[in-house]
Design a protein around this ligand. Structure first.
Ligand SMILES: Cc1ncc(COP(=O)(O)O)c(C=O)c1O
Length: 376
């Protein structure tokens, strides 16, 4: 057996909990995927595209028409004009993040990750021979800017942020962006990777994008996911936006990682972007959030604020003294609802008695889950 390049990586908690949910016939509120049908208009466009001549390799950077439509979307949403050469269509946000890190981060450099963090950030940092510096968010999931700055050095290549946030559902305020800009101005070589896959799912506060922050966007790689926006997580199509100088390097890795992304999906999305209003997504999920929260009001779970993304964090300390991981196992096996323990998103596995539910589910599924959760 050769040595492992990623000795600490095993099966992810999402796979483990989904398998456990299946084994015990539990409702899966663990893994973050929608369980409702896609828009029939998107289905029609997929059928139409499949009958066209779009079945061979797409251009390296993505179908020009799709990049044109993405550019239009960014102008409409964020009033930023983006050149087609600054957009790369990727195999989901995961590939965008992996490719960016491989292309831009050198061995020995440091990358700051804010915990709890989504699980696809750290492994590519290790594979690049770099060091991940995991910094905890505050108890209310806000960036601790003085701690972040104290850990930023001339050797820090990249800061990874995620807003709206998975797993907490936190949405950043202007003060966070101002603090971020302050650090970026004091460390002129620092780059920013902004994971905005839930950009269209921000409720009362609304989403502020790095696309709108003129002081830092020219040093940023901004990542989006059609999977999250159009309920098509299995298609694995997303995109990143970055300045041309960074794109040149990112394309070199992209070329040998995937070369190009699913051509039929790209052709479908290019047409669909003219037919859909992404601003409806927020209301769609807000209704689900409100339904789920109202249903759990009578439960013994303490619900934390859910400002964006499609996750609801709940405190279990009023119910159990088990660790969050043990509690989630028991919840799945004994009570028939699967959730994710928040400790797995922390480098130090710190357990604060918090678990994450995904409410991107049909009303019927949510209703059934609420009934079970209220009995605990
Ligand atoms: C914060 C965050 N970033 C990235 C991804 C990956 O997105 P994709 O499925 O487009 O690769 C996810 C998926 O759950 C996520 O929650």
């Amino acid at each position: 057996m050769s040595a492992s390049k990623l000795p600490n990586v095993g099966t992810t908690i999402f796979t483990t909990m989904s398998a456990l949910a299946q084994e015990h016939g539990a409702i899966n509120l663990a893994q973050g995927f929608p369980n409702f049908p896609i828009d029939p208009i998107l289905q029609e466009q997929l059928l139409r595209a499949s009958q066209e001549n779009v079945h061979q390799y797409a251009p390296l950077q993505g179908l020009p028409l799709l990049r044109e439509k993405v550019s239009g979307l960014i102008v409409r949403q964020y009033k930023r004009s983006v050149d087609m050469h600054e957009i790369l269509i990727t195999a989901g946000a995961t590939q965008a993040i992996f490719t960016t890190i491989q292309a831009l981060v050198f061995p020995g450099e440091e990358v700051i990750i804010l915990d709890p963090s989504y699980d696809c950030y750290e492994a590519p940092v290790h594979l690049a021979g770099a060091k991940a510096i995991r910094i905890p968010l505050t108890d209310s999931f806000e960036p601790d800017w003085s701690l972040i700055e104290a850990n930023t050095t001339q050797n820090t290549k990249l800061l990874i942020i995620n807003n709206p946030h998975n797993p907490s559902g936190k949405v950043w305020s202007s003060t966070d962006f101002n603090a971020l800009e302050g650090i970026m101005s004091r460390f002129p070589n620092l780059l920013l990777l902004s994971d905005e896959v839930y950009e269209f799912i921000a409720f009362e506060k609304g989403h502020q994008s790095i696309h709108e922050r003129t002081a830092v966007r020219d040093r940023s790689i901004i990542v989006s996911s059609f999977g999250k926006t159009f309920h098509i997580t299995g298609w694995k199509v997303g995109y990143l936006v970055c300045p041309k100088a960074l794109m040149t390097e990112i394309l070199k890795v992209h070329q040998f990682l995937v070369f190009c992304v699913n051509s039929v999906a790209q052709a479908t999305l290019a047409a669909y972007l003219d037919l859909v209003d992404v601003n409806l997504l927020k209301g769609f999920y807000q209704q689900k959030r409100d339904y789920f929260r109202a249903g759990l009001e009578k439960s013994r779970f303490e619900l934390l604020p859910a400002e964006g993304s499609y996750f609801q964090v709940a405190n279990i300390r009023g119910i159990s003294t088990l660790s969050d991981t043990e509690f989630c196992r028991e919840l799945t096996i004994k009570h028939g609802v699967a959730a994710i323990p928040i400790s797995v998103f922390n480098a130090d596995a710190k357990d604060k008695g918090l678990i994450r539910f995904c409410y991107a589910k049909t009303t019927a599924t949510l209703e059934e889950a609420i009934e079970k959760l209220c009995k605990i």
